[in-house]
Design a protein around this ligand. Structure first.
Ligand code: ZN
Length: 202
């Protein structure tokens, strides 16, 4: 998964959001929400391997530097492409887990594009393909400090929502509390570690 690591996506932030959504959608499996939040990048890795999409470092940025990449992902990260891919995953989830899960999964999958829109330098087109539609991206990555703060906030808030929801499943039951505390701590450590590695450029 060297590609994913080099990609330096908003990985920690995406996962933090999935953990937060799980609190509101207990019927949807957590693994599916985790997959949904990175679904566009999963398809990106496939197209990357097929040389249909790629990425490059911005001039002057060290290889793998946090927020230093520009993607050439004109299918998976185009607005229309993201809507289609989100609908596909949401449809599959609805078939297996019901309508509500399908809607939640589609929204979480599309949230990846919205978070990327905030972070990326303008490199995400509206229409799929290199057809010259304007490239979008607010470029928060130009400020690594602001980017890291935003990601940290999403990780902490998402984990806290997840932890509170897990504790409320059976208030007063020591087993439930222990499980909720363990899962919450694991989610927080995983999120902080991912963010730390990203910022360190690893
Ligand atoms: Zn992405």
């Amino acid at each position: 998964m060297a590609v994913v690591a080099r990609r330096q996506a908003v990985i920690a932030g995406h996962f933090g959001l999935a953990a937060g959504v799980k609190a509101r959608a207990p019927a949807t499996p957590l693994w599916l929400l985790m997959l949904a939040c990175q679904w566009l990048d999963v398809v990106f890795v496939v197209l990357f391997a097929a040389h249909l999409e790629g990425l490059a470092m911005v001039p002057g940025a060290a290889q793998g530097a946090y927020g230093g990449a520009v993607i050439h992902a004109y299918y998976t990260h185009s607005l229309v492409g993201a809507v289609v891919l989100s609908a596909v995953l949401g449809g599959a989830a609805a078939w297996r887990y019901g309508r509500r899960s399908g809607v939640v999964v589609a929204l979480v999958a599309f949230s990846h594009w919205v978070l990327d829109l905030v972070m990326h330098r303008p490199d995400m087109p509206i229409l799929p393909g290199d057809g010259g539609s304007p490239l979008l991206g607010f470029g928060l990555w130009r400020s690594p400090v602001a980017s890291a703060v935003v990601e940290l906030a999403i990780v902490v808030a998402g984990t806290a929502m997840y932890w509170r929801a897990a504790r409320s499943l059976a208030p007063g039951s020591p087993d439930t509390m222990r499980r909720a505390n363990l899962c919450g701590a694991l989610a927080l450590v995983a999120g902080l570690t991912t963010l730390g590695l990203n910022v360190a450029g690893m």
